[in-house]
Design a protein around this ligand. Structure first.
Ligand code: ZN
Length: 483
């Protein structure tokens, strides 16, 4: 099965990175064929028999037992869904996606509405097939954040909201705002590519087990053991997008490069959850890559590729990398406002799935929530409710992982600082070995062996607690905005 996944991943990477346009129709058929073959194996009675037998075996190691728990869970979830339903979902998604692309470009919610209604109906049926105790959304969350529930999420979000809404207001009222201009200008794309490569080398991404290629939407993909590839894109007028996307994808790639090799054979060579995966990318991109010690070390490196920065102070660059501004678009949001974009999506999704919100009301509810959380008003639905691809793909329950990544990362970083009191000095010297060593030991090597809560307990001695994130952002931005 993992060999089929590997072939699929390689074809998918090529599709985005190199494939000629005219190859698309046949390539889609090849990928669909491999996906069907992999799915047949994933639900085969043979696999079910192995799982049953192994579950009864008491002589297994702790790692083997955990991997069986993981594989069995996936197997039973796959088996719970009838094959005709899987086919119906995949057809609905592909027509919803092409309609969404046009609807977004034309800001035309009405044309997308019937497709979205269909996707919501399918998601509700999917939740019914899988079963749930409390809220149907819990069944959907399980695909992205095993063990997380709607109720737990609300328990995390409510206090976060209480702290962050007034904090954002204070930042905006502050008389001192950092200057965004140092990272703006005109930057040669080839020099940016070299800088991205260098920044990946600095964080100790292993180029002998991967590579860096240009694409339109950056991602990281695992082709197999020893082959974890990063992709990136660059903006000519701003250094931020190319550099921070490289660090973000690099964080994901370090995680996958750190799986111990036996995990592939055991079927658990993946992250503990989407949220834990995001914690690795967001820690490297934001909590390390946008920190002052990093810029103190990185400014001379930047000047090697762009000599105009030879005299620029690290403090100025650090400020420019940390501009807080309520905005319309999630993927462009800063660390302080980002979580609001997720809170509003979570509330709307949970309502769609339990039936308390109708698809027809989404644009209005979206705009009201944007105003409530961020005080901004989308001028059209393309920059509002239609901005993300997720709902067209039927990926309900995915968004919370992005926010959880920020929170997990802040809590891990706190434990990491206790273990490595010299972390800031090391980062200032661009010495990433101790940081990576800690992440390898505590997070990466375990792959998908632990549930997110088990992993957090192991690493930090406590379940997820959003106050670490609040402490992190309020300390950092109070200094930057001189509150
Ligand atoms: Zn990511």
């Amino acid at each position: 099965m993992r060999k089929l996944y590997s072939a699929q991943a390689l074809l998918g990477w090529d599709l985005h990175a190199h494939m000629p346009k005219k190859a698309a129709p046949f390539r889609s058929q090849v990928i669909a064929k491999l996906a069907t073959m992999a799915f047949e194996l994933a639900v085969s009675d043979e696999l079910g028999g192995f799982i049953e037998e192994l579950e009864k075996n008491d002589d297994l190691s702790e790692i083997e037992k955990r991997s069986i728990r993981h594989v069995a869970r996936d197997y039973r979830r796959h088996k719970a869904v009838p094959p005709e339903f899987v086919k119906e979902v995949s057809e609905a998604r592909s027509s919803a996606q092409s309609t969404w692309t046009q609807a977004k470009a034309a800001s035309d919610f009405a044309s997308f509405k019937p497709y979205l209604e269909k996707n919501v109906e399918l998601a509700r049926r999917y939740a019914d097939y899988l079963g749930f105790e409390d809220h149907p959304y819990d069944a959907l969350l399980e695909d992205f954040e095993p063990g997380m529930t709607c109720e737990q999420l609300s328990g995390i979000i409510e206090p976060l909201k209480e702290d962050l809404v007034p904090f954002l207001a204070k930042l905006m009222e502050s008389g001192t705002h950092p200057d965004p201009s140092p990272l703006k200008g005109s930057f040669d794309l080839d020099a940016q590519r070299k800088l991205a490569r260098r920044s990946l080398e600095i964080i100790l991404y292993d180029f002998d087990a991967g590579g860096l290629t240009d694409v339109t939407h950056p991602f990281t993909t695992t082709i197999g053991p020893g082959d974890i590839r990063v992709t990136n894109r660059y903006a000519e007028d701003h250094l931020g997008p190319g550099l921070f996307a490289a660090l973000h994808e690099g964080g994901h790639a370090l995680y996958n490069q750190g799986f111990s090799n036996d995990l592939y054979a055991l079927g658990v060579a993946g992250g503990a959850s989407n949220g834990i995966h995001e914690s690795q990318s967001r820690m490297i991109e934001n909590q390390i890559g946008r920190s002052l010690p990093f810029w103190q070390g990185f400014q001379p490196v930047l000047a090697e590729y762009f000599p105009q920065f030879a005299q620029t102070s690290p403090e100025l660059l650090h400020g420019a990398a940390n501009i807080v501004a309520p905005s319309l678009i999630r993927v462009e949001a800063d660390e302080v406002t980002y979580n609001f974009h997720i809170m509003l999506r979570f509330e709307l999704e949970a309502g769609l799935i339990d039936g308390s919100i109708a698809v027809a009301d989404l644009p209005t509810l979206w705009n009201e929530a944007m105003d409530r959380y961020l005080g901004v008003a989308p001028p059209d639905d393309g920059q509002g409710v239609l901005q993300d691809i997720h709902w067209s793909m039927g990926a309900f329950g995915y968004f919370p992982s992005y926010m959880l990544g920020n929170l997990y990362a802040a809590q891990m970083l706190k434990a990491l600082r206790t273990a490595l009191p010299g972390l800031d000095d090391q980062i200032r010297k661009l010495e990433f070995e101790p940081l990576l060593g800690w992440l390898r030991e505590n997070v990466h090597q375990h792959g998908g062996l632990y549930l997110p809560t088990e992993l957090m307990e192991r690493i930090t001695g406590a379940p997820l607690d959003g106050t670490h994130f609040v402490e992190y952002v309020t300390t950092k931005y109070s200094e930057l905005y001189k509150l």
